[in-house]
Each structure stands twice: as C-alpha cells, then as structure tokens.
Write a protein that binds this ligand. Sequence first.
Ligand SMILES: Nc1ncnc2c1ncn2[C@@H]1O[C@H](COP(=O)(O)OP(=O)(O)OP(=O)(O)O)[C@@H](O)[C@H]1O
Ligand SMILES: [Mg+2]
Length: 411
Amino acid sequence: MVPGETFTAIDIGSSKIKTIIGTFTEDKKLRVLGVGVAASGGVRKGNILDMDEFKKNVDASLLEAEKMTGEETRSVYLCVSGTSIDSVVGTGIVAVPHGEVSEEDVSRALDMSQNGVDLTNREVLKVIPESFALDNEAGIKNPVGMAAKKLEVRAHIFSVGENVLWNIKKGIADVGVDIYDVYPNVISAPEAVLTRRQKELGVVVVDIGASTTDVAVYEEGTLIFATVIPMGGEHVTSDVAIGARVSIDLAEKLKIEYGDLAFAKEEKAKDEDIQLSKLSKTETATVSKKYLSEIVRARYGEIFYFINAELKKIGKDGMLPEGAVITGGGAKMRGVVELAKEIFRLPAAVGIPEDSDLISGTSIGDPVYAGVIGTLLLSQRYGSHRHRLRLSFSVGGFWNSLKNLFSKLVP
Ligand SMILES: Nc1ncnc2c1ncn2[C@@H]1O[C@H](COP(=O)(O)OP(=O)(O)OP(=O)(O)O)[C@@H](O)[C@H]1O
Ligand SMILES: [Mg+2]
C-alpha cells in the first residue's frame, strides 16, 4: 500500500447508496475522509429496476463523498446485497504433489469445492474456506507449508445472479469509475462490527437492511454459516402502511419516530394516540402507539424467529457465547436488543462501525455503514486493488474470464 493512498467503497443498498472514501494508517486503521449517502430509487431487493435512477443515485452518493476529499475517484469496491445473493457449502479434495501444501494446492482445492455446486447463470463472488483437512487430520485453519498427501477443504461459496451483477457493473461503468472488486454484504458487514475475539468465541451478525436480512455466524475465528433472509425494514414499513392505513412514506416516518419493540410488550405502559398531522399535512387521523408497536414487533419477531430456526439447523441456537450483533438500518429500531435477547436466548448488542478518526466531519458511527466500511476493511486485508479490473462491455464474456481471479479469500 502506498502511504496516503485513498480507497473508495460503495454499498448498493435497496434503501440507500452509501459511499465511503478512506485511507489506512501505518497500523492499518481506517481513517474515513469522505462519506456520501443517496436515496436508492432504482434498486429493489438488490436488483436494478431503473438504470437511469440507479446511475443518478450512485453519482450523487459518490459526488457527496468526493466533495469532502476534493479528489476524484477512479476505482471503487462494491458491496452488494439482495435476494439474488446465495451462499452454499462445497467441499474439494486434491492430491498434494510435492508432499508439502503450497498456496497453489489450496487454490486448486478451493476451485474444486465449486464443482458440485449448481452455478447456472450465477457468478461466484467469493469462496471462503471454513477449514481444511490434511490426509485425515481435520480442523486445520491454514495448511500452507504443512506435510500431506491429500488436501481437503470445506468452503462457503458466495454467488450472485449473473444478470444482476452485470447490470450493476454496467451502471457503475457508466458513472465513470472502474471496479476493483465486489463483496457480498453478508461477509462485509461483520468485518466492521466484530472483534477478532468475538469471532473466536462464537457470534452471529444480523444485518437488517431494507429488503433483506443478512446472517453470518463465526466460530473459532472463521465463518461457519451464512444466509440471506428475504425480509427487512421495508416489510416492517409495509405492514405499518397496511395496518395503520397510511401511505408507505408516512408509514416509514411513523415506524422510525414512534415504533418501539419493547413498548408493545409493556403491560403497564400507558398507550398514547399519535397525531398523524404531526407527520403529514394531509392526515388528520390518530394511531395508537401500542398498536403501531405491535405491528412492528410482529414482523421483527418473525425475522428473528426465522434466524433462530437457521441457527437451530446448524446446532448453534442459544450456543454462541458472544451472542448476536445486530447492524444495518433496521438495527436502529427501539427495543431491538431486548427482542434479540429474548428470541435468540443470547446476549445481544447493536453493531456500530468504529470511527477511528473523525476527519470527514460526518460520523460513520451508525449501523447503516457496516457493509460499506466492512468492504473497505476486507479490501485492505486481501489487497485486491493491486489488480484493477478494467471494464470493457464491448468484449462479450470479459467478466466470465475473470470470474474467479480474486474470489478466494484465504485467511
Ligand atoms: N431509526 C430507525 N428505526 C428503524 N428502522 C430504521 C431506522 N432508520 C432506518 N431504518 C430502516 O433501515 C432500513 C434501511 O437500512 P439500510 O440502509 O441498512 O438498508 P440498505 O442497505 O439500503 O438495504 P439492503 O441491505 O436490503 O439492500 C429501512 O428499511 C429503514 O426503514
Ligand atoms: Mg444493506
């Protein structure tokens, strides 16, 4: 890394497009220099539905961050989310020709792990090894340099719909920047909110976005499970819109201003009528705060039960000592920690990215920045900027040839 070199990451959220420009200090701490946020009107569930709107929003977000740094961005890292992101487990076995495992052997084993996985019309974003086995010795974290005849890997393969990714790349190229690399939010967000110790002891990260909730479980320092649940904050909002018979925009305001997961349960709490005229000039009705909070709690409860069922499937429900770390915009709901504790039967906390240095003047100490900050942190660790990807949409299949170039993240 060149001292003072700046890096840019953009999170293509369904609710907001977030841009962070930062640099890394000698001790590898991120210093945020610029922050940009724009509404995301052209993206739904991670897919672009309106290309012009998407480009306008990306441009606005990037420009806002650039204004703070006074520098023009040429290349970016992308953080992507949505229902088209998939994570499956694959295993690969290779012979070790020289009796000592080389990086090349590890790379071949990771390639092999994708063999049995159906990747029709999908593009692999990242392949993350969970553990290796040498001959018959299992549970090895980094096998390079060890003696063995046979190397086996269990890996998590993250992929995205080919068309979804192509459209995102096309939009970003039209905005006038190159792409260094693309990370799925489900593995980026945890990087911004977890300590190494939490990953060692066992923890689940829950990123509640607008359209999806990303879940990642870590134990003994590595990722052991990841999934994307097709429900998020916008489902809460639409439940409020239907239940309170108000528009989506007003429901969003109502949810954010008055929603309270704990209030719905407090039997002694005195209910109050919320005057809708405070939030909208055209409304005169009132809504009970208790009723509103019950609606919000029902959907959050459903999301959390769903996650708990996933934890149960892998035998980790109630079993992760560092508990649940909730992040993403949906983590800002009042009472979210208490509800998480109750349903997961685990300790819980909101995960907020840390601001090491507040030069930008805009705080990144907000759970909505977990994905974009985590993407910058991952990019620093894996140094994929050394090989910038140049976009050339005139050459068909260009991306396919580069498909797996930076995809294998070995610890
Ligand atoms: N104070 C708040 N209380 C409750 N919910 C909130 C609050 N602020 C934002 N949200 C919700 O957070 C969601 C947006 O979060 P976020 O910015 O993390 O989503 P996104 O990254 O754009 O979406 P996705 O990850 O699904 O693509 C919205 O549904 C919004 O209603
Ligand atoms: Mg998100």
